[in-house]
Ligand binder design. Structure first.
Ligand code: PLP
Length: 385
């Protein structure tokens, strides 16, 4: 048994990462400066997208993405029942009304069948926010087709999906969406400590996001209301926020991005090993149709048709064995804050089934084979008990 708990995820920081942060610490800029610009350029190049705006979290990126797309009071926005609350909170910040769409049980992303049904039966929302759970891409081509037919915009919550591919392009190329958002929180694919980015091919959204990130201020002379030309002049034209990323965070993000191909390979190796070793147990596995995705999470469900053992007992059993697991996520419709929409009276059947039975097992690049074998053995023991 291990003395220190095995986390479900953790960052992988190298000596070089530390060197890069220290270098920035000794430089002229600590807040947004050359490192942020450099990091944004690297992200643009990697994703093959025109514009990137780095901010202090994916939550901030989602918020200003909603604002850049003009989400207001009385507008509606929709997202998947099964996500972190930030995918819903971003529209709430704008005073808009949330509705939720159930998931499918193949990949646990938004159900396109349910989405289409809802679009036929209800007035279209202004924005739909598909979430690429565990980094596995939602079917963006189909969502894009529906967006044209029913006139809504798309923000991809790609917080889990840096490096994932969809139809031979990186998630974040925005071929089938208006904006995509990534998180650089330490448990994600790579980290900047805290941080996030929104990417888009649309110049208007980009310029609006730049202003919203920094108090609604512009220093672009061409945009000024008043004709002032001295060098210290700037204008606040809209109400924005301080969502800036610091150069310290950007330096770490930039250094980490260089290793993404290594992180991807290591995660894939761990995923494959779980797949091979757990497949005789009474578990349900996602039916992913391809393997080119980030493997941010390793999710399995207890199969209630094959065992009477409960998911919660497995979580507690593993916890006693010093193994941290998680559930991604407690569905948004079960959160007390969202009681106001009366979601509990709706039948999100798949999401509820998932929530009762799913468990996320530890996966991160430097989870050792020895520790992974221990986790697998403990799960086997649980089912033998
Ligand atoms: C799906 C999803 N969306 C948004 C977020 C928010 O990310 P951040 O912590 O960078 O604000 C998270 C973070 O856990 C997430 O998992």
């Amino acid at each position: 048994m291990y003395k220190k708990k095995i986390p479900y995820s953790r960052q992988s920081i190298s000596k070089l990462d530390i060197k890069e942060v220290v270098k920035t610490l000794k430089s002229d800029f600590l807040t947004s400066g050359p490192q942020v610009l450099k990091f944004e350029k690297e992200i643009q190049k990697y994703l093959k997208v025109k514009y990137a705006v780095c901010v202090n979290s994916a939550t901030s990126a989602l918020h200003i993405s909603c604002m850049a797309l003009g989400l207001r009071k009385k507008d509606e926005f929709w997202t998947s029942t099964n996500s972190f609350v930030a995918s819903a909170n971003c529209g709430e910040f704008c005073g808009a009304k949330l509705d939720l769409v159930d998931i499918n049980l193949d990949d646990f992303n938004i159900s396109l069948e349910q989405l289409e049904k809802k679009l036929i039966n209800k007035k279209s929302p202004k924005i739909v926010i598909p979430v690429h759970l565990a980094g596995y891409p939602s079917d963006l081509k189909k969502i894009s087709y529906l967006s044209k037919k029913h006139n809504f915009k798309i923000i991809e919550d790609a917080s889990h999906a840096f490096g994932s591919e969809y139809m031979k392009s990186k998630i974040g190329s925005c071929k089938y969406s208006d904006i995509a958002v990534f998180s650089f929180h330490p448990v994600k694919i790579f980290t900047s400590g805290e941080g996030g980015v929104l990417v888009t091919n649309n110049k208007n959204y980009y310029e609006k996001a730049l202003m919203l990130r920094n108090h609604g201020i512009t220093r672009d002379k061409k945009r000024y209301y008043y004709k002032k030309n001295n060098s210290i002049y700037y204008e606040q034209q809209i109400l924005g926020y301080n969502y800036r990323l610091s150069d310290l965070h950007a330096a770490l993000g930039s250094s980490q991005l260089k290793k993404i191909h290594i992180f991807e390979k290591l995660r894939f190796k761990i995923k494959k090993r779980y797949d091979q070793k757990l497949n005789k147990l009474p578990l349900l596995f996602p039916k992913y149709k391809n393997t080119n995705f980030s493997n941010h999470l390793y999710i399995v469900l207890i199969d209630p048709t094959k065992t009477k053992k409960k998911r919660d007992s497995l979580i507690e059993f593993l916890n006693k064995k010093m193994i941290t697991t998680s559930v991604h996520y407690i569905p948004i419709h079960k959160q007390p804050y969202y009681k106001k929409y009366n979601f509990l009276s709706k039948n999100f059947r798949n999401s509820n089934f998932y929530y009762n039975n799913a468990i996320s097992l530890p996966i991160f690049p430097y989870l050792t084979t020895e520790k992974q074998n221990y986790i697998i053995k403990c799960i086997e023991k649980f089912f033998q008990k």
